[in-house]
Ligand binder design. Structure first.
Ligand code: PSU
Ligand code: MN
Length: 304
């Protein structure tokens, strides 16, 4: 049985040459940002990876196949499509088996990246433990994926729509290394600090690459979460973003939004409430994550 994988020409070439490749997710395109900013951002992120010396591989399921690397036309079509399925670990096989199309979350993108031999993945924010999880049990499958699948994920931490202390506790329980890049604090997406200490700190891509390889040598499953703070110039202070987060959470509760719809609903509401500000910050942090992920992938490729 061959895997239902389709590589773009660029990614196929990079694989043959052993060049650095950075995986990129597609749920951020379909459920994380509005059109047309989603397509513009995805295109800029790919360009940033290239400018940093690596090859971008945006991952999505289309027509029952896992696409590793999308053409500009495919990216545009995905960004404009309505009601695209959001695929996490639980949804991936069914979507493929039934010949459907869907966007991959952090968890599903990690699974696909691993199948394609890609070790590094850049995104904006990961899913986590939701506020009120003690009642709702809403904990993103992204966390367990980090414990299972050997891909280093570069994100700007997690959004304060989540319960960040519980998210860090849960990652510790799962044995996932959480590495703040260049600072001691765990970043909170739009803000550089969550007010919580990250369990680990590293200051170079080389160190992150070394610990990625060491986990493999030890036979430990799972990857690493690299939490890269948003650039200073793009930061939105916690006090400014907090009321918008509270408003979105209250509305989600009042409307009974649940399960997979929670994260997209909150992101959409916060975009609307903050206008251009949150979107500009989001774009800046994804670009910064793309640069760091490219540096890590370059280190890993050099050592292979
Ligand atoms: N958090 C963000 N932006 C995003 C997501 C999360 O700040 O776009 C997306 C990612 O694809 C992530 C998914 O993997 O939402 C998590 O969804 P859930 O909480 O339903 O697992
Ligand atoms: Mn959930």
């Amino acid at each position: 049985m061959t895997l239902p994988l389709t590589y773009s020409a660029d990614v196929a070439r990079a694989r043959a040459e052993g060049a650095a490749i950075v995986a990129l997710e597609s749920t951020i395109i379909t459920h994380g940002m509005p059109f047309p900013q989603n397509v513009e951002t995805a295109t800029r992120v790919e360009a940033e990876v290239r400018a940093s010396g690596a090859v971008p591989a945006t991952i999505a399921v289309m027509g029952g196949r896992i696409h590793i690397g999308l053409s500009p036309a495919e990216l545009e079509a995905l960004g404009q499509a309505r009601d695209v399925a959001k695929l996490s670990r639980a949804d991936l096989a069914a979507c493929l088996a039934l010949g459907r199309t869907g966007a991959t979350t952090v968890a599903a993108t990690m699974i696909c990246a691993r199948l394609a031999g890609i070790e590094v993945f850049a995104t904006g924010g990961i899913g986590g433990v939701h506020r009120g999880a003690e009642a709702s049990f809403d904990i993103s499958a992204d966390l367990r994926e980090l414990a299972e699948t050997p891909v280093t994920v570069v994100a700007a931490g997690a959004k304060a729509i989540l319960d960040l202390p519980k998210t860090l506790e849960y990652l510790e329980t799962l044995g996932v290394p959480v590495i703040a890049f260049g600072q001691d604090d765990f970043p909170a997406f739009w803000s550089r600090s969550s007010g919580l200490m990250a369990p680990l700190r590293m200051d170079s891509a080389a160190d992150i690459a070394s610990s990625h390889r060491m986990r493999g040598r030890l036979g430990l499953p799972g990857g690493q979460l690299v939490a890269n703070p948003i650039p200073v110039t793009a930061e939105i202070p916690r006090a400014v973003i907090q009321p918008h987060i509270e408003g979105a959470l209250a509305e989600a509760a009042a409307r009974g939004i649940a399960a997979k719809a929670v994260t997209p609903f909150l992101l959409q509401r916060i975009f609307e409430a903050t206008g251009g500000a949150s979107l500009a910050a989001n774009v800046a942090l994804v670009l910064a994550n793309a640069r760091l992920a490219s540096a890590i992938a370059t280190e890993l490729a050099r050592r292979s």
